[in-house]
Design a protein around this ligand. Structure first.
Ligand code: AMP
Ligand code: GLY
Length: 427
């Protein structure tokens, strides 16, 4: 099968890496891609937001499957344009992608499907904003209604900061604060059948100790040894299947990847947000553990054949990924800095650790330069989280990028807890 992947971040590099390892994938293309993806796929300089251009490219390549990675092309209707040409596409329609594109739409679907989530108000005037902030009290949770690449949400104790963010948005969702650890659970769906992947945890804040501003995600790990083994079944029954059923009932079925961002609160599981695509950086760790070939799975979802697919197979390994971000991320990231040490990781750490590229490009001399806020996602596997974590950080240590930043505590707490639990059992 010939596959075309749309996008150019670390998530798309992870997708391309897994697709390149699938024996059924005979040709792999990506648009626009990045310097790392160029090593496993042929790149095409097509604007990912232009549905007609993407459909033309897919038709020209005789692609059997198009996989749309990021949210912006999905919300812009790129999957619709490809589907209209009769080419199977992994990714929801523009209408169904509103589950991510509009927080207010997502709240409406959840209310209709009785999916547990934070109580919320949708506000458009200063008076409504003040009323909502008063009603919930601190900590305040204020979300821009539209797409904001993980940066439209402000969680703060400071009512003035909450009000200022709310006033800067056209339409804003103000909601109840949810306490408790967060889990990202992805499900593959064809609009009717739903197949959950393994849960992962993301680190959203920019700095160690969960300090600093929200980002797109600074690192992730999977599995979650602390999570209830029944979590996936519970979320399937209370969140994923009801949401897919509700969109089907509305005549706008959701096919592709449904991402549930969850809070495990003292009162039970609550949805924090939905995304309409694979999460980044969680995908890097989830796909590192998936044994089932990816191409067949995505094609089954794109063609409505998920029900016939055998159960997914998973490696026993744990996986950790650490994001290296550029100077000043997430504010105004500096780009164009040279990245050194990539070959050392290949020479010394492969296959246990490898670098997935996010914002990178090659200059005329062939040097790899930073080209975005999140630059690299250094991913490693191991028999347990401690080993995977050590391998990831060892590889991070070989890379140099002037002014770059990364968190040093990705999966630190969970690895320690898991190691202690093993010791206690052994004693
Ligand atoms: P979102 O873009 O909706 O995922 O929000 C980004 C991050 O803000 C989440 O991953 C949480 O860490 C935090 N957040 C969002 N909504 C809430 C909430 N209701 N309660 C507590 N934290 C939240
Ligand atoms: N890592 C969070 C996201 O992909 O939205």
């Amino acid at each position: 099968m010939k596959v075309l992947v749309i996008g150019g971040g670390a998530r798309e590099h992870a997708l391309c890496r897994s697709l390149s390892l699938d024996p059924d994938v005979t040709a792999l293309h990506c648009a626009p891609g990045n310097a790392g993806i160029a090593e496993v796929a042929e790149l095409h300089g097509v604007n990912a937001l232009d549905g007609a251009a993407v459909a033309d490219l897919a038709a020209g390549l005789q692609a059997d499957l198009v996989v749309v990675g990021p949210e912006a092309p999905l919300v812009a209707g790129v999957a619709d344009a490809v589907r209209e040409r009769g080419i199977p596409v992994f990714g929801p329609s523009a209408e169904a992608a509103q589950l991510e594109g509009s927080k207010a739409f997502a709240k409406d679907v959840m209310a209709a499907a009785a999916v547990p989530t934070a109580r919320s108000y949708v506000c458009t005037t200063p008076a409504e904003i003040d009323e909502a902030l008063d009603a919930f009290g601190a900590p305040y949770v204020v979300k821009d209604d539209g797409l904001a690449a993980g940066k439209g949400v402000v969680v703060t104790e400071d009512v003035e900061a909450a009000r200022a963010h709310a006033l800067a948005c056209d339409r804003v969702v103000i909601e109840e604060f949810l306490d408790g650890p967060e889990v990202s659970l992805f499900a593959i769906t064809d609009g009717e059948s739903v197949v959950p992947l393994q849960p992962a945890q993301d680190f959203k804040r920019a700095y160690d100790g969960d300090q600093g501003p929200n980002t797109g995600g600074m690192g992730a790990y999977s599995p979650l040894p602390w999570a209830d083994p029944k979590l996936v079944d519970e979320v399937m029954a209370t969140v994923l299947q009801p949401t897919v059923d509700e969109l089907h009932r509305r005549g706008t079925p959701f096919s592709g990847l449904l991402y549930a961002g969850l809070a495990i609160t003292s009162r039970g599981v609550r949805v924090i947000e939905f995304n309409a695509r694979f999460g980044d950086p969680e995908t890097q760790v989830v796909l590192a553990r998936l044994q089932t070939p990816l191409g067949g799975l995505l094609l089954a979802a794109a063609t409505g054949n998920l029900a016939a697919l055998p159960p997914l197979r998973w490696r026993d390994d744990a996986a950790v990924t650490v994001v290296i971000a550029s100077h000043n991320y997430p504010d105004t990231p500096r780009t164009g800095d040279p990245i050194e040490g990539l070959a050392d990781v290949v020479a010394q750490d492969a296959p246990d650790a490898y670098v997935l590229h996010a914002g990178t490009r090659r200059d005329d001399s062939g040097a790899v330069l930073s080209a975005g806020g999140r630059v690299l996602s250094v991913t490693a596997t191991g028999a347990d989280l401690t080993t995977a974590r050590q391998r990831a950080y060892r590889a991070v240590g070989r890379i140099s990028l002037d002014g770059s930043q990364h968190r040093t505590d990705i999966a630190a707490k969970v690895a320690d807890q898991a190691a202690e639990a093993t010791e206690t059992r052994g004693a």
